[in-house]
Design a binder for this molecule. Structure first.
Ligand code: SF4
Length: 315
């Protein structure tokens, strides 16, 4: 990018620098934390040893944990069905691609050109699962998508500080960690990582509103990055491309231990359901809106009626 070093920052950009910069009194976490959290995770998941194999591993990512802790039935349905793209989900993918291009763009920064390049890059890449969906869009929906992504990319340009090369930015950074001879595999893909080993800042770029789940997602990333690189990251942040708001928190020992507990709890539930040792529970929540069986699920349908303000007794 971009990256003028001494550019004058606007107040929003300065606020992000103030939040994500290294505090003068910052110190890395003690080395023993890595082995501590690794042992806690291994002990908590010990009942899974031998139940899966490297050929047929239990795969766990942030989405799996979030869904199983929400509604187990929804989690099972999600894992059975191929992911279906829609305008909202593809908007996030294109916005991320636009920001990735932006970080390496040479020449004048014209948001519309970057968005067009991002759409083309995804649409013409057969390895991108969104490719077919984008190509199938009618002209008016493609224009709608372009406009929505343009807003997100322009917000990022205007509200996020210019990223310096010495911050070592990495976009779509993947990390994984496995237990029990690769039979349980945790994987993560982080939108944006800044900083060198031992002081990384992990940033999730969101095209929707920020929710408490986003903190849990980032804590999962912090755990996986800690176990993979043997050094905890320094800080985490969810950045809303719509509202230009950053929600950040430092990585602490307590944060990593909370991530271990949630990851272990979720993984045991996921394993139960993968092994079909019991029936999945139905728990209504915001996910009912997107659930493929929300018309035939009584508890979910009632929840949706309550959300929309209808009297549940009407049913
Ligand atoms: S409608 Fe809601 S409660 Fe019912 S299965 Fe779907 S997500 Fe679960």
């Amino acid at each position: 990018m971009i990256v003028t070093v001494d550019v004058e920052l606007n107040p929003l950009q300065q606020a992000i620098i103030d939040s994500l910069g290294v505090p003068p009194d910052w110190e890395p976490l003690p080395d023993h934390i890595v082995t501590d959290v690794e042992e806690q995770l291994s002990v908590a998941l010990a009942p899974l040893e031998g139940l899966f194999s490297a050929d047929n591993p239990l795969r766990v990512n942030k989405h799996h944990i979030a869904t199983v802790l929400g509604c187990e039935e929804y989690h099972v349905l999600n894992r059975q069905q191929a992911f279906a793209w829609n305008i909202n989900t593809v908007r996030g993918t294109i916005a991320h691609k636009g920001i990735e291009l932006l970080l390496n763009w040479r020449g004048p920064i014209i948001p519309g050109e970057i968005v067009d390049a991002a759409i083309t890059s995804v649409a013409e890449n057969p390895r991108e699962s969104a490719s077919g969906f984008i190509v199938s869009l009618p002209a008016h929906e493609l224009a709608e998508l372009r406009g929505a992504v343009l807003g997100a990319v322009t917000n990022f340009l205007e509200c996020f500080p210019p990223i310096k090369p010495q911050w070592r930015p990495m976009v779509e950074y993947s990390a994984s960690y496995s237990l029990f001879n690769n039979s349980v595999i945790f994987s993560s893909r982080m939108d944006l990582v800044l900083g060198g080993p031992g002081r990384k800042v992990i940033i999730d770029l969101k095209t929707g509103r920020l929710t408490p789940t986003h903190r849990d997602d980032l804590r999962f990333y912090a755990l996986i990055e800690t176990l993979r690189s043997r050094q905890p990251p320094r800080s985490l942040g969810s950045y809303s491309l719509d509202s230009a708001r950053l929600d950040d928190e430092p990585v602490t020992e307590g944060l990593l231990q909370a991530a271990v507990r949630r990851t272990a709890h979720g993984t045991l539930l996921i394993a139960d359901l993968a092994l079909k040792t019991r029936q999945p529970e139905r728990r209504p929540g915001f996910q009912c809106r997107w659930c493929p069986i929300n018309e035939e699920c009584d508890i979910g349908a009632r929840h949706l009626r309550q959300l929309s303000g209808e009297d549940e007794d009407d049913s």
